[in-house]
Design a protein around this ligand. Structure first.
Ligand code: ASP
Length: 314
């Protein structure tokens, strides 16, 4: 069984015209750092679950992506993060919603999975699980970046003025995620996000909802990014797995069709999906999606908009 990993840094991409060469390179390098972290786990004989944890932690630590350090802000100026992780072989899953504290929210989701009988936790209880698991905590100032504060302020001014929403995808949203298959053929998925800029405090998106933004079983692993409310209503990740299992569609076919259908329903975004073939599907209907995977030759392939993939040696 060959190992495989794919990641995304969200559909909240900076417009191509606004990306300088240095900004472009920083984003490709951020994606490559996450791919290397996840692939190293798999290459060392590690589990898909550990690979997606490592890749998502790397993306959470990178302020360029909307998760962990650099998460977007609510309309109250707070940071409320959602994350989930799922192990396909036994369908164990863990998720947290609306939290601010653990430096890596995906590890809090994993702690829910591994140390409690529950799947989704919020509030002080979720933080308590993370603390009991010995996770590193950070103050709100760690997660906040000047760019995200400025994006919120622009959005609040726009709302007050009643002007139409012409924001770039980067100003509106983003997420990070990973899917992997290990040498034993087991699949896993993980997703982490700050959600949508200016979301109502208390709002939860699709990311921590198992079957909507995150899902893994024995036929495929899926991590989504986009307009969370639509992804929830279409149970996007579970829909792809069901099409593969019951309709015999390939992962690429199922993922492509669902993403195309979402586009007609206001579901702006995309996803990464991986199944038995080990070839990832990375479809999106938005202007771009930060994304990458390690190809069969072991090369790192990353892309932002619809351009060809940048290919770099590991
Ligand atoms: N899906 C995320 C949410 O709704 C946002 C995103 O992926 O851009 O919270």
């Amino acid at each position: 069984m060959s190992i495989s990993i794919a990641i995304h840094g969200g559909a909240g991409t900076v417009r191509a015209a606004d990306l300088t060469e240095a900004m472009t390179e920083a984003r490709h390098e951020g994606l490559r750092r996450a791919l290397r972290a996840g692939f190293a786990v798999l290459a060392g004989g590690g589990a898909a679950l550990d690979a997606v944890s490592a890749a998502v932690c790397a993306l959470e630590d990178d302020p360029l992506f909307n998760a962990g350090h650099g998460a977007v802000m609510t309309d109250a100026g707070t940071i409320e993060m959602d994350a989930a992780i799922m192990n396909g072989a036994d369908r164990r899953a863990g998720a947290v919603a609306g939290i601010c504290g653990p430096r890596n929210p995906v590890l809090a989701a994993r702690a829910v999975m591994e140390t409690t009988p529950h799947v989704l936790m919020i509030g002080a209880g979720a933080l308590g699980v993370a603390r009991d698991a010995g996770l590193v905590f950070a103050p709100p100032s760690y997660f906040e970046t000047p760019n995200r504060r400025a994006a919120l302020e622009r959005e609040l001014v726009r709302r007050a003025s009643g002007a139409p929403d012409t924001r770039s995808d980067a100003d509106r949203h983003g997420t990070v995620g990973a899917v992997a298959r290990d040498a034993a053929g087991h699949l896993a998925a993980a997703t982490s996000t700050g959600g949508m800029t200016g979301k109502r405090a208390g709002r939860v998106g699709d990311t921590p909802i198992i079957g909507a933004g995150t899902y893994a079983d024995d036929v495929c692993a899926v991590s989504c990014t986009g307009t969370g409310e639509v992804f929830m209503r279409y149970t996007v990740a579970a829909e792809i797995a069901a099409r593969v299992r019951y309709k015999g569609e390939t992962v690429a076919q199922a993922a492509g069709e669902v993403v195309a259908e979402l586009a007609t329903q206001g579901g702006d975004g995309g996803l990464i999906a991986l199944g038995a073939s080990g070839v990832p599907a990375l479809p999106f209907n938005s202007s771009g999606m930060y994304r990458g995977y390690v190809d069969a030759e072991g090369m790192l392939r990353t892309a932002i908009h619809r351009e060809v993939f940048h290919i770099v040696n590991r």
